[in-house]
Write a protein of this length. Sequence first.
Length: 747
Amino acid sequence: MRLMKSKLYALLLVLALVAGTGSFGAVAAAADETPAADTALFNFEEGNTHGFTVSNGSVEVDPTQAFAGQSSLKVNFTGEDMAELGLDRPGGDIPAGTQIEYRIFIPEGTNLNLQPYIFGAGWAWNGQWNQGGGEKGKWITLNVGFTNGAAPPEKLGIQIFPEGPGHIWVDSITYPGFGVPPDEEPPTAPANITASVTTSTEITLNWDASSDNVGVVDYEVYVNGSRAGVVTGTTFTASGLQPRHVYEVRVKAYDDLGNSAWSEPVTASTASAGATVTAAFNENTRKVSITGTVSSGQGHQVTVLVKDPQQNMHYLDQQTLKAAGNYAFEFGAVQALPGAYQVTISADGIDAVATASFVVPGSTGGTPPVQPTDPKPNSSLTVNADSFNNPKDGKISFSLPAGKNELILPRNAFELADGNAILISAGEATLTIPPSVLKSLGQLTQDQGASLSIRMKALTESEAAGLAGSSSAFRIAGSYYSFEASAIKGSGEAVKLTNFEEPVEVAFAYESDNVDENLLGVYYYNPAAKKWEYCGGTVDASNHRIAASLSHFSTYAVMEYKKAYADVSSERWSHDAITVLSAKHLVNGKTDDRFAPTETTTRAEFSAMLARLLGLSGESGTPFADVKKEAWYADSVASLYKAKLITGKSSDRFAPNEVVTREEMAVLLVRAFAYATGKELAASGSLTFSDKDQISAWASKEVTAAVDAELMAGTGNGLFAPQAVTSREQTAQAIYNFLKLLALTVK
């Protein structure tokens, strides 16, 4: 990356100084036109324009003209107007004072004037107005002293004022001292990783330090394939783990230039968790209090089951553990039968349930006990086999009345449903549970006395306030809901269903006042990461509801996500596209407050965006040698390859870090549309762009279809610029157009 930036930096300087004099350089004598080979570090032998763009023109790698080697960069201009050559944020890798040597070619008969420019932080420089360019018809060499190297420019380039259409070539750039290879030697791999259990949710890791010829700067620690943290030392504590789980751990050492080495994987296990419980009955208030701790810690679920003296279920509830794993339940027992009550506590990660008991004494006559003013009602609705007799449209519907947040079903609910789904309504939310999930729930236990529990609890304001991690971009647009599905054994132990074979559909009502429905989504709260994660969402604007597919139960909410970037003003042409795609989490900023709209999009970045757009994931393995399995984009590339949406630059090369050209983007968008809808976009075959002959034969049909469907448009002045690279905002706009077309097609 550092070499590429240097090349672009030098390239723009040479074009800006084609015939310049003064403080930035001077034209030297004509160079030998037939050297043996192009030994310059920076050239265009790989067919890559490296992000170089020009207004009112185009750039291409030309194999027919070269100072040396096989090709050079051809810069075309239409002559209709000033052609501005430029690059945003080119970097500052060339040291101050470096003498850079450039080779360019201006054809005979090309008449033009040049005005180079460089803009930096707090300063600007315009080069000498140059009348007529430099020496024509042969390769010339320029030596430029880069005196502003210590202040990296924000933009640099050249304004070309041609008298008519034309072009120039740039072959290569080099400088004294070139050829010293960068450090590519990786550190030694971290070794002798040992793990010691700190708690049931933490593992402390230690390893031997890596060595490197330059020096190791830090270590990345991965737990089950996900990065858990970065440290500069050789000790790390992984937290937020599950009790009684086995984890694969790897450590990756980095040096200052990004060379890295993986350790061998090792496994480590967390300890089991335990629970305590105390239960007491207060004769004065006729209330029962149940308290205790679970060592699996804050954020896990704890379930209490109370059975009366006749061994019938008297009370069932569940809550999220508070700080230090503490819990507390309280309920009224005004009409409770006299006798001994059995209390059973179960929780995530504990090996055995905890039990206790309390006694409700018999009546002793006299004044009856005082009726409490705030008894907690039974929060469950229990249904029997007769409730399954009236399916409609493939669903059996149940509605939880006010004050109820749990539906208790018979253990054989799957058989009773007879292939129908279960639709449960509670307040502002509905759940549609398919038969396969109902079957999995019933198979969690073979206890014939078990029942099935579906909980749909709207969180109180105090409970919702404890959910950390939201940023100023989020705004709640409805209620928070906690969903759980469990099999309750006869002993009271709750066995939770953690994942579903097929999605469970959820729908929420949302507040329609002062909300942008394009920015709404359903979000899941990840307690380990302490943040909200996007689950998607399809908006029904006429009924003010939003639906999503869930792969597991947790806490969910409807939110508006309005992300603002400092470099994307509300007046910018791409603002709406970037805002909507950010809300759908299809695009992200380069940093938290900078989107970098004019920077280029790589093939890896566009693949990841396309995979998120189509909901493709979970694949691994490609024939591409340059897509490493640990690369952040590997899953996306593998998923798109399996779906037959992408191919490589060759049979074994994907080129993930090369930029996407406009014709490549057109091809991928048209293929993605066919994949998503099963329909082909028609191509009229009537493109009118003056540069349509530059569209590659393999992309011609898809470019035509993309333009006809208004997925893409020209770049102005009658050009499509098929070989030009795509900026991040151009990519965002094309994806935004894709979503609008998809919505119209699906309707």
